[in-house]
Design a protein around this ligand. Structure first.
Ligand code: PAF
Length: 303
C-alpha cells in the first residue's frame, strides 16, 4: 500500500496542523478496500477532482465534524467531460492536494488513475441521471450528469461511507446526487455544504485557477448579478423580474458571456413562479474560454 509522507504547509488552523497524522494515500481499489476495512466507526467521504482549495477544505472540515474518519477521493473523471480540451486542461495538483489532506487530518485518500476506475475503457453500464439533469448544466453539457452519477455511484460503493459531503456550489449536481441516492437506495446520508466565496463574492472553484488576473476581475460580475437578484427580491418583485434583474446585470458586464440565468423553485427545480417562496438563482457564464457556475438561494415574497 502506498503511504506518502510530506510536511504540512500553511492555510490551516494551528489545531489542524498539530493534529496532522499519517494520511494513507492509495491508488488501487484493492488497497482502498484494505485501508477502508481498518477504519472502524463512522466514515464521511468527500469526493473531489483535485485542485483542492478552501471550498474543499470546508467540505473536509464538515465531514470531520460529522464522522470519526474522513476519506477524500481525488479523480478527474473523464466520463463527465464532453470536451476533451476541457478534460486535458483541468488543473491537476496532486502533491499540493495531498499536503492539504494531511493538514486537515484526512484518514484516507483514494487517488486512482483512470484505468483503475475504468479498466475496460468507457463502462458498458452507466447511471442515467434523469429529469433533474435535463436542464441547465445538463442541457449545456450533454452526458455530464450521467458521468457524475456513474463515478459517484462507483465511489460510494468503493468507499462505503455513512455520509457523503458535497458543495452547494454545484447545486444541480447536489440535487442529481440526492435523487440518485434516494431512487437507487444507496445507504448514505448526503450533506450539502454552503459555497465558500472570495472577498469580492466570487465562488471558490478549481476553475478560477485557469483565469488570468483580468478575467478573475471580470468574474466578479457573477456575484454582482446575484446581488441584483437579491435586491429585486427584497423589493418584492415577482420571480420573472428577479431573474431578469440578474440577467441584465450580467449582460451589462463586459468580457462575460452568460450561458443561462434562471430562477427555479429550490425544492422542485421547476421554474420559480408566484407560488415559490424559496428559489434558487442559477448562473453559468464564460469568462475567456472558462465556464463558471454559481447559485444562491433567494427568498421571494409569497404573492
Ligand atoms: O464535484 C466534483 O468535483 C465532481 O463532479 C465529483 C462529484 C467529484 C464527481 O467526479
Amino acid at each position: 500500500m502506498t503511504v506518502l509522507a510530506e510536511r504540512p504547509v500553511a492555510a490551516t488552523t494551528t489545531r489542524e496542523r498539530r493534529r496532522s497524522a499519517a494520511t494513507q494515500v492509495v491508488t488501487t481499489k484493492a488497497d482502498l478496500s484494505a485501508a477502508r476495512a481498518q477504519l472502524s466507526g463512522s466514515v464521511a467521504v468527500v469526493m473531489t477532482m483535485g485542485a483542492l482549495h478552501d471550498g474543499h477544505a470546508e467540505l473536509i472540515r464538515a465531514a470531520r465534524e460529522r464522522a470519526e474518519h474522513v476519506v477524500v477521493t481525488i479523480f478527474v473523471n473523464p466520463l463527465q467531460f464532453g470536451d476533451p480540451v476541457d478534460l486535458a486542461n483541468y488543473p491537476r495538483t496532486l502533491a499540493a492536494d495531498l499536503r492539504l489532506c494531511r493538514q486537515l487530518d484526512v484518514d484516507l485518500v483514494f487517488a486512482p488513475p483512470v484505468d483503475e476506475m475504468y479498466p475496460g475503457g468507457v463502462p458498458i453500464v452507466t447511471v442515467r441521471a434523469g429529469s433533474v439533469a435535463a436542464r441547465f448544466e445538463g442541457a449545456d453539457r450533454p452526458g455530464h450528469f450521467d458521468g457524475v452519477c456513474t463515478v459517484v455511484a462507483k465511489l460510494l460503493h468503493l468507499t462505503d461511507p455513512d455520509i457523503a459531503v458535497f458543495g452547494e456550489k454545484d447545486a444541480q449536481q447536489l440535487a442529481v446526487i440526492r435523487a440518485m441516492v434516494r431512487d437507487l437506495d444507496f445507504r448514505v446520508e448526503v450533506v450539502g455544504v454552503p459555497t465558500v466565496r472570495e472577498s469580492d463574492g466570487v465562488a471558490r472553484s478549481s476553475r478560477n485557477l485557469l483565469l488570468t488576473e483580468e478575467q478573475r476581475r471580470v468574474a466578479a460580475a457573477i456575484p454582482r448579478a446575484i446581488a441584483a437578484a437579491r435586491s429585486a427580491a427584497a423589493d418584492g418583485n415577482p420571480a420573472k423580474l428577479v431573474a431578469a434583474a440578474a440577467r441584465s446585470a450580467l449582460e451589462r458586464a463586459p468580457g462575460i458571456d452568460p450561458a443561462y440565468v434562471a430562477l427555479v423553485d429550490d425544492a422542485t427545480w421547476a421554474d420559480a413562479d408566484a407560488s415559490t417562496t424559496s428559489a434558487r438563482l442559477l448562473i453559468a457564464a464564460r469568462v475567456g474560454g472558462i465556464r463558471l457556475i454559481d447559485n444562491e438561494q433567494i427568498r421571494l415574497r409569497s404573492r
